[in-house]
Design a protein around this ligand. Structure first.
Ligand SMILES: [Zn+2]
Length: 391
């Protein structure tokens, strides 16, 4: 993305400042906005006028305005300004359309598990094109799209470096979406754990904290790390590949080929081995079946508590480094929370340098199957709130 020069850059930054203030602290009069942002009232007036003309904000016309009056509250509207989140996973593709005001306009999932193979890029492009047609038909503008993938994404946010569970390299994925959208929609790619972590922070169970850790629960285990409300990405964009920390059972071989990875002890298949049950069509269905068995079978409950212990070892390791205020478990952990979390929380309390000072609370994801696509949609709007995309 090119950086506009001089006054245009300042103008976009000021617009973004007003938008972020409205999103973070809610509606405000122009006078209050000037106070909140430190901008001159005349500058705020120009910005609000422009944003209002573009449909990004609205002013409450029912409140009388004029000299000596308190002023009309300005709110984020932006119902026609859309960030599109897409997700391609092992057994489904998903799309979420989110407007500037944080409202979900469309949420759609298409299962492709019946075919017994991972989705192809054309299935994702097909869903994206259908959703785009609906949005354009309703008069919406898509300002950007982000695709969540279960794999490593390079720092350019366009190149899938490694997605072994998908069976294709995804190097052209962003370009394919842009082509299908007629070159009008800048598209980026991000890791699914990062996207889900963003979604929980904006809409889910970590809206109340600035520092959180999101753990995916599928065949693989990945993490999205939020610090000061921002994703921690690392030097090459690969931070959060926690499933391959060498803290698992040293006899277990991981999908990456090595022995002793954490996910080889706490991933979906390790859990199934522990409870001696078969895999269902999706991780969620599998976990629901195991939870049902656990109700009546003490051996299954015992196996899940053991898994919770191993999970806690990894969470304690991560918490020691990252000091999250809360840890969110997603995927298959959600239906099994009552059997897994107590043991994990116990290890966490036992292994932290001082649980008395701070013990991160383990919470279960509340966003279900759309978490990653919703976070991708948030990411697609991020340039608008950062002043990097014109409105
Ligand atoms: Zn591994």
């Amino acid at each position: 993305m090119s950086v506009p020069a001089g006054s245009e850059y300042v103008r976009r930054q000021n617009i973004a400042l007003v938008l972020r203030s409205l999103r973070a602290f809610g509606p405000a009069t122009r006078t209050e906005l000037a106070r909140r942002t430190g901008l001159a009232k005349a500058t705020v007036g120009t910005i609000v006028g422009g944003l209002r003309a573009g449909g990004a904000v609205s002013e409450d016309e029912s409140v009388p305005s004029g000299r000596g009056r308190p002023g009309r509250p300005v709110s984020l509207a932006g119902e026609s300004i859309i960030g599109l989140g897409l997700e391609v996973n092992v057994d489904y593709v998903a799309a979420v359309a989110l407007d500037l005001g944080g409202r979900v306009k469309i949420a759609e999932t298409r299962s492709v598990a019946a075919a017994g193979r991972p989705p192809s890029t054309s299935e994702l492009v097909g869903l994206a094109s259908d959703v785009r047609a609906t949005l354009l038909g309703d008069g919406h503008t898509i300002v950007g799209a982000t695709v969540a993938v279960p794999g490593l994404v390079a720092h350019d946010n366009r190149t899938v470096s490694w997605a072994p569970n998908l069976g294709w390299d995804g190097k052209q994925l962003a370009a394919e979406i842009e082509l299908a959208f007629g070159g009008e929609c800048p598209t980026t790619i991000d890791n699914d754990a990062n996207c889900a972590a963003l979604a929980e922070a904006a809409h889910g169970v970590t809206v109340d904290v600035d520092h959180s850790l999101y753990i995916t629960g599928t065949v693989g285990i990945g993490a999205g790390i939020v610090q000061d409300g921002m994703l921690l990405r690392g030097g090459a964009g690969l931070a959060g590949e926690v499933g391959h920390m060498p803290i698992g059972d040293p006899r277990r071989r991981c999908g990456c080929g090595r022995l002793g990875c954490w996910e080889a002890s706490v991933g979906l298949r390790a859990m199934l081995r522990a409870v001696q049950m078969p895999e269902e069509a999706t991780p969620l269905q599998t976990a629901i079946a195991v939870a049902a068995r656990a109700e009546s079978d003490p051996l299954v409950r015992e196996a899940l508590a053991g898994l919770g212990h191993d999970l806690g070892i990894g969470l304690a390791t991560l918490a020691t480094v990252l000091d999250p205020s809360a840890i969110v478990l997603g995927g298959y952990f959600v239906p099994l929370g009552q059997y897994v979390v107590p043991a994990a929380q116990e290890v966490l309390a036992d292994r932290l340098p001082s649980a008395a000072i701070h013990l991160p609370e383990i919470r279960l994801s509340s966003l279900g199957i759309h978490a990653a696509a919703l976070g991708a949609a948030e990411d697609a709007l991020a340039d608008v709130f950062a002043g990097a995309a014109p409105l």
